[in-house]
Design a protein around this ligand. Structure first.
Ligand code: PLP
Length: 407
């Protein structure tokens, strides 16, 4: 293994000290939500103890202080994904809200009956259902590009589905159910050569790799704070400025206005036009702290370490008789989905919990993926930068003993 300071990093995450059923916690449910370092916990606590007031509205010291910290977090987020301007960083509740925002503003304003939205067969429900709702509202049609048995997008089929009527492409950057990392640059280039904008669902990709929205040239990028070692309840929509300027607001209320009379309302400028109401102030500042923390370690170092963890886990899993890996794309992030002969994933999850191992069992909000593989559910171990090979050994030994007893 290359040198990665995993033992030092683990000390920054107090929850990793927990015992579950008298066993050391082995937390492998990071794709659902990952744990928080002291840097984030302490920052949020500090905000509430020393800095807290509502943002953007006050002249008093605390309001100015909160606003400064809040806006400085926005700048950290901008730099983290290399957006051109903080005007392109819209604060939302999470990936789900970011995608719904685009569907209900850009989508409603630009789609008419017969127009098409193109997604892939490996999307999370939050990159399917908002488009289905939009189709119901506008008469547009949802098209789905197929995947192969390895869980990879069939790019030639995707390309065939890009037509005169395609108005938007919405694709997951990294699949939560399979781990597949999509060839997003290629996808964007293919769509842009036909002047079709592209939204990337970055919920899973963002904690695992450096993301540069200008290099990708994506039109929208959505992600959640809680999967990026930050707090829940806060997420981001990146959008290219020209697109955001032209889009109508999402929700109406405070902060998103410049002037209101009963006859007429003038909307605020970007990014506030899309940020109605009081945001999750301390959590946004906490997300800024998570980004500082990640920058200190380095996203490329994290990606390299997690690739080694995944290789190690995959190799071990392949040696277990009766275990089938679901999702074996050549380009894959740190997710291992699997099923076992004759043992339901929920039972795998429950029995591993008795060993202190937290994995997820279910459809992972990707029911069409389960249908494709003809399984009701999978068990999913998802790794983060604080996981170790020893923890993977605990998981694999647990699976083997399970097979011995029940298989
Ligand atoms: N997209 C993907 C690929 C995800 O994995 C998730 C969450 O698991 C989401 C979207 C939704 O994220 P959130 O629930 O934080 O809005």
């Amino acid at each position: 293994m290359t040198h990665f300071p995993v033992e030092k990093i683990r000390l920054d995450f107090p929850i990793l000290e927990e015992k579950i059923r008298n066993k050391p916690l082995v937390y492998l449910d990071n794709a659902a939500s990952c744990q928080k370092p002291n840097a984030v916990i302490d920052t949020i606590s500090h905000v509430y103890r020393h800095d807290y007031a509502n943002v953007h509205r006050g002249v008093h010291t605390l309001s100015v202080r909160s606003t400064d910290k809040f806006e400085s977090a926005r700048e950290k987020i901008r730099a983290f994904i290399n957006a051109d301007s903080t005007k392109e960083i819209i604060i939302t509740k999470g990936t789900t809200e970011s995608i719904n925002l685009v569907a209900q503003t850009y989508g409603k304003a630009n789609l008419k009956p017969g127009d098409e939205i193109l997604i892939t067969a490996m999307e999370h429900h939050s990159n399917i259902v908002p488009w289905q709702m939009l189709c119901e509202q506008t008469g547009a049609i949802l098209k789905v590009a197929p995947i192969n048995q390895q869980g990879e997008l069939i790019v030639t089929e995707f390309e065939k589905l890009l037509g005169d009527k395609t108005r938007l492409v919405a694709v997951v950057h990294m699949s939560n159910a399979l781990g597949t990392i999509n060839p997003v640059k290629n996808i964007i280039d293919l769509a842009h050569s036909r002047s079709i904008p592209v939204l990337l669902d970055g919920a899973q990709a963002i904690p695992h790799m450096a993301v540069d929205v200008q290099a990708l040239d994506c039109d929208f990028y959505a992600f959640s704070g809680h999967k990026l070692y930050g707090p829940s309840g806060v997420g981001i929509l990146y959008g290219k400025r020209a697109l955001l300027e032209a889009m109508p607001p999402y929700q109406g209320g405070g902060d998103m206005i410049r002037k209101v009379t009963f006859e007429e309302t003038e909307y605020n400028s970007l990014p506030y036009k899309f940020e109605a109401g009081t945001p999750s102030i301390a959590d946004v500042i906490g997300l800024g702290a998570a980004i500082d923390y990640l920058n200190d370690i380095g996203m490329d170092a994290i990606a390299a370490y997690e690739a080694e963890l995944l290789d190690y886990a995959t190799e071990k899993a392949r040696q277990i008789k009766g275990l089938r890996i679901i999702g074996e794309a050549a380009e894959k992030g740190a997710i291992l989905s699997f099923v076992l002969d004759r043992i339901h994933p929920h039972d795998i999850g429950t029995m591993l919990d008795s060993l202190g191992v937290a994995i997820r069992a279910g459809h992972h909000c990707a029911m069409p993926v389960m249908d494709f593989y003809e399984v009701p559910a999978t068990a999913r171990a998802s790794f983060a930068m604080y996981n170790t090979q020893q923890e993977i050994d605990v998981l694999m030994n647990g699976i083997e003993s399970l097979i011995e007893v029940f298989g």
